[in-house]
Design a protein around this ligand. Structure first.
Ligand SMILES: [Zn+2]
Length: 512
């Protein structure tokens, strides 16, 4: 008996049962593996109660203890939320939640006058030979529209959109209590939360609406392209997602991010001048430097750059800047940025919540952090990441094209009589590719750590080793990062090398 016997039994099952079993088994294997890693890391939080000697210079015992307790709370939280989502996912699969939601969406469309479900209707066969949309002039298209199955293609897309809307609504609602607890209990307890409940809810609703505004049109176009793309639909589908991601990257910072956060140009001054000088010295085509009011959400700090070709901008979190952080306003009465004037009362809410602690980096340290960020650009990390992700996306669409005709894949998830394209995307990208996705994400994590070391080395070449060294220590302190980690846990999860390794690398290279 035991494992082998049940494996034998599995091979004798019909294909769809085997696929379903394998997907469930793999999901639990990953879950148990990650829980095992998390428990290893948790043991470190529990047992490392004193600052290890090699960290004596880096962290005082008070901060060390604060960070230890913060990470312990976070680890407990992620244990329970991870357990919940694994069980939720399993129950959805076992009880046929996906086909149920699909039928429900069909019924909604039926009420709205679009008729019940249609996929697999013969009219779609006729569509197979039609060339991709952009190669066809509009007049024959209208003709085709009336003759072909496109009206029912539209109703199919409608059903898919209702399905997407309901599925995202479900996950937003089930995720909400977890997110509330994380923000208002854990982050609050450790002094990071700056949001009021009102801000949080308004933000969540806004996020849901903006997501739908992007998700629904993009998905319907994608489904349309897959349906009428013919044999090479996967090339058009991939090109389409490529264009969409380029467009999103272009408009995100100017049109989407400002819906959520306030971006202010960095005021003229020494810091701005120095940033411009540094950008120029490495030919970074900087056009603007913004400060984003991250302090409205949390006191965690960060910096990034974005933009295409000759139009790049840098964004600094106000929490990163000692001089500008509102969190320091009580202590430093310096004339920093203009007081915010949203007129929405948010600023009042924040002022009331300002914590009495000083944080952020000195100008030289901010420059060193930027030196690191610009290193990512100069060393081509951004371009490399885009190329990797596009190659991956092409491969996935190609494999999708190979697999989409396999009825047993649909049957495995309770779709015996129809094979809706959206469901095919969901099953193949999320469940069938999951082993591949795990391997890929591990490789990307390893690559990301390499890139971090390289970017640090770049900042060092700019002569910023000393400032980066102290900035890393300060940021770790401000964000209550715990400087000790289990090797297996950090290897699997850390996109950035552990603090001590980065500091050591900076020190070693300082002597070169
Ligand atoms: Zn980096």
């Amino acid at each position: 008996m035991g494992m082998w016997a049940s494996l034998d039994a599995m091979w004798e099952m019909p294909a769809e049962k085997r696929i379903f079993g394998a997907v469930l088994l793999f999901s639990w294997t990953v879950y148990l593996w990650e829980t095992f890693l998390a428990q290893r890391q948790r043991r470190i939080y529990k047992t490392t109660t004193h600052v290890p000697p090699e960290l004596g210079q880096i962290m005082d015992s008070e901060t060390f203890e604060k960070s230890r307790l913060y990470q312990l709370d976070k680890s407990t939280f992620s244990f329970w939320s991870g357990l919940y989502s694994e069980i939720e996912g399993t129950l959805i699969l076992l009880f046929g939640g996906i086909p149920y939601l699909w039928r429900l969406s069909g019924r909604f469309c039926g009420y709205a006058g679009f008729g019940p479900e249609y996929e697999g209707a013969p009219c779609f066969r006729k569509l197979q030979g039609i060339p991709p949309p952009f190669l066809v002039s509009p007049v024959p298209l209208i003709h085709l529209f009336l003759q072909s199955g496109i009206p029912s293609l539209l109703s199919l897309i409608t059903q898919s959109l209702v399905f997407l809307l309901l599925a995202t609504l479900f996950s937003a609602l089930t995720g909400l209590p977890w997110s509330l607890y994380n923000t208002f209990v854990i982050e609050e307890k450790h002094g990071f939360n700056q949001q009021t409940l009102g801000f949080f809810m308004k933000d969540a609703v806004k996020k849901f609406i903006v997501t739908q505004c992007i998700l629904l049109p993009v998905s319907s176009l994608l489904l349309y392209i897959i349906k009428i793309g013919g044999d090479y639909f996967f090339i058009y589908a991939w090109l389409f997602t490529l264009v969409v991601s380029l467009v999103l990257v272009t408009i995100y910072a100017d049109y989407i991010a400002p819906l959520f956060d306030k971006f202010t140009p960095l005021p003229e001054g020494k810091l701005k001048q120095e940033i411009e000088v540094m950008a120029k010295s490495i030919d970074f085509p900087l056009t603007k430097v913004y400060v984003v009011e991250g302090s409205k959400r949390s006191s965690h700090s960060n910096a990034y750059f974005y933009g295409f070709f000759k139009n790049k901008r840098i964004v600094l979190f106000d929490t990163l800047l000692e001089e500008y952080s509102v969190l320091n306003k009580d202590i430093l009465e310096e004339p920093g940025m203009e007081p915010r004037k949203d007129g929405e009362g948010d600023s009042e809410e924040i002022k009331a919540k300002v914590k009495n602690k000083k944080q952020g980096c000195k100008n030289e340290e901010v420059l060193a952090v930027l030196g690191h960020e610009l290193g990512h650009w100069k060393l081509g990390h951004t371009v490399k990441n885009i190329i990797i992700s596009q190659m991956n996306s092409f491969l996935c669409f190609f494999l999708f094209a190979v697999l989409i005709g396999r009825k047993e894949l649909f049957a495995a998830f309770g779709f015996y009589t129809s094979q809706p394209t959206l469901i095919g995307l969901l099953i193949i990208f999320q469940f069938i590719f999951s082993p591949y996705n795990e391997v890929l994400s591990f490789c990307l994590t390893v690559l990301s750590r390499r890139f971090e070391f390289q970017a640090d080395a770049f900042a060092k070449k700019l002569g910023k080793a000393k400032d980066l060294y102290s900035a890393l220590i300060k940021l770790n302190k401000d964000n209550l990062g715990f400087p000790v980690s289990d090797w297996l846990f950090s290897m699997w999860h850390y996109s950035h090398p552990p603090l001590l390794e980065r500091l050591q690398a900076l020190e070693n290279s300082k002597q070169d």
